[in-house]
Design a protein. Sequence first.
Length: 295
Amino acid sequence: QRLHSCPDLVSFVVELKTILEIALKNTQDLHIPRPPEYYSCLVRDLEILGWNKVTYVDTAFTTVKLKAEDSCGRQHLVTLKLNEKYPTEPPDCLVDFPVQFAISWMPQNSLIDIYNQFLAALESLKEFWDAMDEIDGKTWVLEPENPTRSATTRRIAIGNNVSVNIEVDPRHPNMLPECYFLGADHVVNPLRIKLNNNMHLWDPEISLLQNLKDLLEIDFPSRADFAKDCGICYAYRLNGTTPDQVCDDPRCGQPFHQACLYEWLQGLPSSRQSFNIIFGECPYCNKVRKSNENE
């Protein structure tokens, strides 16, 4: 557009020169090859580390992915982004950790030093991942559906239409986590009382899951034990969410997706709305329910 608007040839050439200079400035890193020393140093470091630990190297030799196995057999990856000043400057390290992975680096260091620090970090997080793996394997985790190694929260089913959301400290995984109960008040309130009354029983020498069982005086069910779908769309998962709204009437207790319930109540002539909260009857027992559009 700028070239088309040039009134004469001189203006066209000046404008073209400006555009090319800007384009070259923005892409110069892609066109300037790195010095031979960079490649020879990187290849040497990879050979010393061992190619069996390498899962990926891009064609420009700027991104390297290394694999490692922790003492429990869990597989992990670290992605290294190297700049042209390697090894004077360390690469950026991308990992699936719940905590920051900060490496110690000197110009004389190599990839094997990063790898050893990576292994040490894996072992420092062993107890956290042990605790989360036990929860994932022995309970019904509602959210996240496919937790990553960096995920510190779990929403665990306790019973029909009641669950607990826990936030685990990865540095102190055997300490009491933050707990937030979800469900009807008549079910949730007794659980809150048990948690508060039994906090003194928490034993850091036993597992996180066993502590939660002891404090709440429950056994966590598995997904196979029960699963109630949304009473409106008749599905369990909807756009990645699970039914998290429950009718407060103990005789009903029907769960709903937040989005389904809000849409249902919007369509009822008897519903009323106050700001973004809408009040209307439960589709099953006609008890008045409220739904927040932004929940």
